[in-house]
Every structure is written in structure tokens, then in C-alpha cells.
Design a protein around this ligand. Sequence first.
Ligand SMILES: Nc1ncnc2c1ncn2[C@@H]1O[C@H](COP(=O)(O)OP(=O)(O)OP(=O)(O)O)[C@@H](O)[C@H]1O
Length: 634
Amino acid sequence: MTKMKDLSAYLCLTKLDLDYNGFSEISGLEQCTMLTHLSLAHNRISRISGLYNLPLSHLCLRGNQLERIEGLETIKSLQFLDLSLNRIRSLSGLQNLCILSSLNLKKNLISEIKECKHIHELSLLRDLNLLQNPVQEQQDYRLSVVFLLQHLTMLDQEKVTAEEKVSSVNKYDPPIEVVAARDHMTHLVYQLMQPQMLYDSTLPSADSPYPILVLTGPQGCGKRELAHRLCQDLNECFGYGICHTTRGPYFGEENGIDYHFVSEEDFQNMIHMGKFIQTMHYGGHRYGLTRDAIEEVARDGLACCVHMELEGVLSLKNSFFEPRYVLLLPTDVEKYTGHLKSRSIYEPAQIDVAVSRIDLYTNTIEQQPGFFDNVIPCDDWEEVYPTLRQIVKEYLLSEELKGENNNRADDASTAHEPDEKPPSPLSTLMSHFSATLDPSDPAHANYFTRIQAELSPQKNPTELASIRRREQLVREAVMGKSPGVYSLLFKSSTQNAPSSQQNSDSQHLEESRETHTKSSGSEESHASTALSVPTSAAAFEEQVNGSALGHAVETPKDHLESDQSANTSRADSDHLAAVASSPSSDRRPGSNMKPLLPPIPAGRKTPLVPSMSPSPRGSPNTAATEEGQTNTEQ
Ligand SMILES: Nc1ncnc2c1ncn2[C@@H]1O[C@H](COP(=O)(O)OP(=O)(O)OP(=O)(O)O)[C@@H](O)[C@H]1O
């Protein structure tokens, strides 16, 4: 048949199959108000019409000459639609079919993934077939469609798996945790590809994490100013960690003070050089915290204070650092918006983003109690800084007091208890940084596993030797026989700044070679060296020489002498430093062999091979020697 007949007389008709005819038009069905199933497959229909208000639930127009989807808007009851084997290019025309659950568009001419936007709102759509359409050639076609149509359970006759759904979301709209994990992974991989360095300055104590204070919160909440102010105010304790950014400086900002302003290309290169600990995209620019930025502060014997957005915090939480996080949260949106406007540097869209991100922070507080160590509402600018200062002071003071008590206790009784250690400002900060962690919190599991490992009685002979030596010196200090070495160590002075592995190595060599040479030495050198713990490499040397335990029982006098000897003439020191840093030097048996991984003191998360190559910041070895510094071994 080539023309449809008038079927008005069949009012109760529910199913009609007219496949394989020659119809070019749909007609004669207007009165069939009970018709739910209609099949007109393999005809010559080029336009959908004549179906107005029919109660169809199943419609098949397979194998016709359709070029567009039209005339279906009023068929609200449609659930199964087969338009396969046509010439359809767009999915427009389907958007009103709110209970559509199955759509077959196999063998059509759909070429763009973006066509899915027309069926994006069809929340009951479960089965979509786009097989043999040009769109299949598009890169990541399946993942993109799964992402755009998240209710689908079947795509192209294949089940959509849960893994596919998760992957698609992680690819196209990753949650911030995923972004942070990827960011961390990227930097870790690039870092591992570099010659490895031991960053002694961030490990002033093997027992505590290096203290970092992170001020976080939405853009323009004042955290940067607060960080600067805190570092000025408590400059005995904190140094400002300068991040890198690809954005240009605002008026009044200075390179190397507010940020290191770098080009996109430089930033990218730095990523590839494994410089960053974390990075983040914000407002079309990149921001990142480098290992060197932290090192710079740590070498001054200070805790590092940085500011960053939530994504940065998440990324940092994946790293081996264990900062304290203080959230500065605007609670009065109007006031916050007003403040952002008054800065006159933000576009309205930027302000909207910043304001909308408040929810990110509040949700995090609600969903992950304890995620931030402290939350300070930052609506009242007069009050914020004193509050922050108070919190930080409380950390410091309470720990200082605790430290004093420990000292006294040490004095009175711990001469026989070598496990007690007196605190230093930085170490008290560190101990506080670790003191309030909750062991039941999975976020801190890693930390506690590590602490557990550190508390383990199984220490190797070298570690024992190191611990005993420190304890001995501490007892001396407490009894007034030597200066308060712990308090001297972390003062903001270059004299006490810890040094690199290579430098420590050379120092140790110097000590070991001149242990019995008496020469005059300054107090600083004594203080600094007295605190030393053998470096891994030095420990290795001790082991090679079979003298690790010998060191363990060496007397304080030996120490004094070796410390003094460490401060011998600069020429000697330079020479030894050069020898120590020279890969070909014959400084210990087997030193001409491939470097062997020495034992790592407990508490180090990353086993690092001491590098013979100069540090990116210039050879700390040389620098330290030039400054006539003595070394603090870790
Ligand atoms: N390394 C980093 N990682 C994550 N976020 C960062 C980092 N460095 C800076 N940020 C944050 O990126 C956002 C944009 O920084 P930018 O300096 O451009 O903003 P701002 O307008 O000066 O606001 P603010 O006063 O909060 O710094 C700020 O919230 C800032 O704290």
C-alpha cells in the first residue's frame, strides 16, 4: 500500500502494525484515541505527522526517510521510540518526551556528542542506541555520553557499568578530592624523576612532622594579609611560604613577597622539574607551592605559614607534610561581597565564584568534622587577627609551658631516663601540631601508623647510637654543662640553619676524622653540632667502619671535641666539603661505588637517595661552608 486509509472508525484500536508498505505520510489515525502501539517500519515516511495527542507508548518508524525529529511533542506517553535506519542528524525534538525510557537511533547521521543536550533532561531514559552513527568516531565518545546522560543503563546495546559512570565523572567533572589526588600524583611522579635530595631542613626532628600552618578560605577572605601579619608578628616562629602564580601582580604586589610571579611556560616547566608539592587552577590562573618555598623558611629554623584554597589543602593532605589548617570563613555573605567589591580588582563573575565557594568550605566542615583544625569567622576584620594570633599563641604557649615542665622534670629526675627530651620552640610547635590529632580519624591514620612505627622498640644500632648521643647532650645541657642547645637550634639564625645531606655528610666526615683533635670552637658550632644526629650517609659510614655502637658510648667530652673540631679552619672545611660532595672522592671504603641507600632514620616518609648533584637552589654544601656554618645532622 502506498497511502494510509482513514481508521477513524476503529476507536478502540490499541495496536497497529503497518510495516513494509510504501507510505510516505502518516494519516487517518486522529480518532484512534486508544492507540498505544504503532509500527510503521520500512515505509517511505519523510516527516512525522498525524500523531497529535495520540496516547502512544510505543512508536516504531524504523527504516524510513526521516531527516529530523518532529511532531512528537504532544505524545507525552511515549516510552519506546525506534527511529533507527533514518537520516536524522539532530536529537532536537525529543526534549518533551519526559517518560521516554528507550530510544533507538541506530544507523542515522548523528555526528556531534553535544546533541545529547536535547535528551539530557529525560531522567527516565535508560536505553540509548547510537550504533553506526558518525558520532561513534568521536574521541571518548562512550565516556562522554555516559557522563552527559548519567541515567543510562544501556548504551549501544551494552550495559553501562558503575566503573564507567565513575570514570566519566572523574574525567569530565572530577570532585575536588580527585583533582587533589591527581595533582599530588603528578607532582610525586615528576619529583621521583628528579635526582633525589634529602631535605634535612624540613626534618628538624625525626619524631615530629615539620610544622606548617595553612590559612585557608575563599578568595579575598583576608588570609593572605593575615599570613603576612602573623609572620611579621611572630617572626621567631613563622616564615611566609611564597607560592608561585601565573597571574600578573595586582597593584602594590611584589615579586618574591606576595608571590613568585611566573609565566605559564615557566610554571609548566617547574611542574616537569618536580618542583611543586601542590598546584591548583583558580580563576584561569595557576598557583603552586614549591618544596623550595618551604625549604627556604625551614632553613631559617621557622615554621612555614602559607595560604591556599580548599583544593590546595586536599592536595597537601595527600603529601607527607602534616600541616595545621585554619579556615577563615566569611559568614556574612553581604559583608564579604561588599569587601570583595571594595577591592576593585574583581569582575562580578569572580565575586560570584568566590561567594559560591563558601559552600564548599561549609560542606566540608559538615561532612568531614575535624578536617580543619580551627575555623575562624572572618567577617569582623578587627577581630580576626587577634583570634588567629590567640589560637597560635595558645599552641605555642601551652607547649612552651609543657616544655618548661619537662625541662624541670628532666633536671630533677630524668638524668636516669634517657627517653625524655627537652623541647625547642620549633619542636614544641611540632609536638603541638601532632598532639591534637585524633587517632580514630582515618585522615590521620597515616600519621599514627608512622608514630607507631617510631615508638617501636626495634631501632637499629645506628638509630640507637644517635638517640643516645642526643640524650647525653641534652642531659648535659639541662645540668648546665653546656648551652641550651635545643633552644639555640631553631632560632631564626643562619648559624643554626640545618643543611643538606651532602653538607651533613661532609661535616660528619670532618668530625670522624678529627674526633681527637682539640681545637678552639665557637659556642654556636657546639650548639649546632651537639644536637646532631648522624645523617643516613654518616650512619652508613659508621656501619661500614663497624663503629656504630662505638659512637653510641662516646663521652660528652668526645662530643665537645668533635664539635670543636668541626669548626676548624675554613680551608679544611671547604676541602672536606669538596671531598664529601665529590662523587669520585675516596672518602670511605667503597665510596667510589654506586651510592648505596643508607638506613633512613625513623620518621622519614620518603626514602631518598642522597644526591651528588647540586641542589636546584645551588649547592647547600658550598653555601653552608662559605658562611662558615656548622651542620646539623638529621
Ligand atoms: N598554592 C596554592 N594552592 C591553592 N590555592 C592557592 C595557592 N596559592 C594561592 N592560592 C589561593 O588562590 C586564590 C586566588 O589567589 P589570588 O592571590 O589571586 O587571590 P586574591 O584575590 O589576592 O585573594 P587572597 O587575598 O585570598 O589571596 C586565593 O584564595 C589564594 O589563597
